[in-house]
Design a protein around this ligand. Structure first.
Ligand SMILES: [Zn+2]
Length: 128
């Protein structure tokens, strides 16, 4: 006698997990397009999905200089389990790109980031 899930149950579970991942990536891509429209930045912002070293939900990196300045937001698929967590992390990281675009990094979550995050949150969720 075997215990646990049947092969069919395991396959169905894997299909559900894959569908969630695909939906999550679609929703994040749409959310990024919406942020770019609502709060445009003078430099490109790209999102990649990859595991982060420090078990973070995500991170934001400022790359290049001058006209070649750009930002890379990394979202960790192992940490962002739901669509809501992924979108929330995107807002958090986009706020870093907003607060770092023309000044050197001034601490991770200082006043400039807090103001940028408030703007991201309110505009994205249409809070009045
Ligand atoms: Zn942060």
């Amino acid at each position: 006698m075997t215990q646990g899930w049947s092969k069919r149950e395991i396959q169905a579970s894997l299909r559900r997990a894959l569908r969630l991942r695909l939906r999550q990536r679609e929703r994040v891509a749409r959310a990024l397009a919406r942020l770019r429209r609502l709060l445009p930045l003078p430099h490109p912002v790209a999102v990649v999905w990859a595991s982060t070293d420090a078990s973070l939900y995500g991170s934001c990196e400022r790359l290049g200089r001058g006209r070649r300045r750009r930002f890379r937001i990394t979202l960790d698929p192992g940490q962002c389990e739901t669509i809501a967590e992924a979108v929330d992390t995107l807002l958090h990281e986009y706020a870093h790109a907003m607060s770092w675009h023309d000044v050197p990094s001034q601490g991770d979550h200082g006043d400039a980031w807090g103001l940028a995050y408030a703007l991201c949150y309110r505009k994205f969720w249409r809070v009045r």
